[in-house]
Design a protein around this ligand. Structure first.
Ligand code: FAD
Length: 392
């Protein structure tokens, strides 16, 4: 009989992996609770009215056409010893190898006052969908002069430069649509991805609109009060007309059920095969995985998925997977025609995925507007390319 592989989670990681596994002639089932995937990349452009929500949505017809058995159910439990997955509808799926790609969950116990119920009115918009639309509507409904406040968690979290891209695009929205308004970013860190590039651009484009408060200036939020949408720090209280709380995060719940998470709340993996170091025959890819120096991005998720698919196919044939090299590039829009990027190359070293020094880098600090405009087009082109590969 053909070897059975079950993949849980049909996002950038899981959908890619399922398709590549299927091309090896394996018996592949993809368990994804939603029939439509809503992409986080580019969703901050939706929040700020630059792109339509429809452009974020993708179906699974082409994944199915590749021979993957699509199962639109929630995976509830895993028995690593029996190699079984139990779905909400009671179905039991048997596997030879299991790939977990459930993305992230919010740590709703990490910031006092900010839980799932509060998030219904105070969006994080860090999982795309209704939260994205909610934040967009709140910005639209806000009076000119209103203050927007965003909080950013410590690392690790999904998409390291993502909060700063969103801050930039909100500032662009305010500057062009609500010029008396202002955005305050409260950050639990002093340094962040592409910092110099972002901060130079903010000085140039949004000097009166965007105020960033880092950790040493008192940016760490210690509590959130629903009344008055107030962010509390050790030094000050910031009340917002529109609040965007980006809470600390952890691996998706099913990773906890499978007992592949460690005390950090993420999943340690072997950097060659992405097999869990805690449970045999279970691989973890995408945001849930602790992928060493690789950031939690859709680009990384897609790259890890291909490496993992090759490794799983090889292992099932009794072979020995070879050491991979992986690439990540994260584009950020600072304005619609102003893009910047960071790229890295990674390889297994001392049990983790390590940055290959001297490979990759960031956009030049001094570059003419034409270069920034070209990178903004690259950002769009990357999105078209990756979503075509994963869902098209
Ligand atoms: P996800 O894409 O979240 O997919 C997980 C899937 O698993 C979901 O569809 C979910 O429904 C499903 N699932 C989970 N648990 C279960 C279960 N028990 N049963 C069934 N199904 C389940 N990355 C970039 O590379 N470039 C960008 O420009 C970029 N911009 C971003 C902007 C924002 C605002 C945000 C928030 C993120 C951005 N990212 C970007 C990061 C990117 O969205 C994530 O890194 C990427 O989605 C991770 O892919 P994943 O497959 O691990 O998880």
């Amino acid at each position: 009989a053909k070897a059975k592989v079950v993949v849980i989670g049909g996002g950038f990681a899981g959908a890619t992996c399922a398709r590549f596994l299927s091309r090896h002639g394996l018996d592949v089932a993809l368990v994804e609770r939603n029939r439509t995937y809503v992409s986080c990349p580019m969703s901050s452009a939706v929040v700020t009215g630059l792109r339509p929500m429809d452009g974020q949505k993708f179906g699974y017809d082409k994944v199915k056409a590749d021979g993957v058995a699509m199962i639109h159910e929630h995976a509830a439990r895993i028995d690593p010893q029996a190699r079984q997955v139990r779905l909400d509808n009671g179905t039991i799926l048997e596997y030879d190898r299991l790939v977990l790609a459930p993305g992230i969950d919010m740590r709703f116990d990490a910031l006092p006052g900010y839980d799932a119920a509060v998030a219904e009115n105070v969006p994080h918009a860090w999982k795309a969908g209704p939260q994205t639309t909610l934040l967009q509507r709140q910005l639209e409904a806000m009076e000119d002069g209103g203050v927007v406040v965003m909080s950013v968690p410590p690392v690790p979290y999904r998409c390291p430069p993502g909060p700063y891209e969103r801050a930039s695009l909100i500032a662009h929205y305010l500057k062009t649509r609500k010029p008396k308004s202002k955005l305050i970013v409260l950050d639990a860190k002093d340094s962040f991805s592409k910092q110099k590039l972002f901060q130079n651009a903010w000085k140039e484009l949004y000097p009166d609109t965007l105020e960033w408060v880092g950790l040493s200036q008192g940016g760490q939020v210690t509590a959130f009060e629903r009344e008055g949408k107030t962010f509390v720090t050790d030094f000050e209280r910031y009340s917002a007309a529109v609040a965007n709380v980006i809470p600390p995060q952890k691996a998706g719940a099913i990773a906890f059920a499978a007992q592949v998470t460690d005390r950090s709340g993420w999943c340690p993996i072997d950097p060659v095969t992405f097999e869990s170091t805690l449970q045999p025959n279970i691989h973890v890819i995408g945001d849930s995985a602790m992928a060493g120096a690789m950031p939690k991005s859709a680009f990384s998720a897609n790259a890890q998925a291909k490496v993992c698919a090759e490794a799983v196919a090889m292992l099932l044939e009794g072979g020995v997977p070879t050491s991979p090299k992986l690439i990540n590039t994260c584009y950020s829009l600072v304005a619609p025609d102003y893009g910047i990027s960071v790229a890295g190359v990674y390889a297994p070293a001392k049990g983790v995925l390590a940055d290959i020094e001297g490979a990759g880098g960031v956009s030049p600090l001094d570059a003419p507007a034409s270069v920034r405009a070209t990178e903004a087009r690259y950002a769009e082109a990357w999105f078209e390319t990756v979503t075509a590969e994963v869902f098209g």
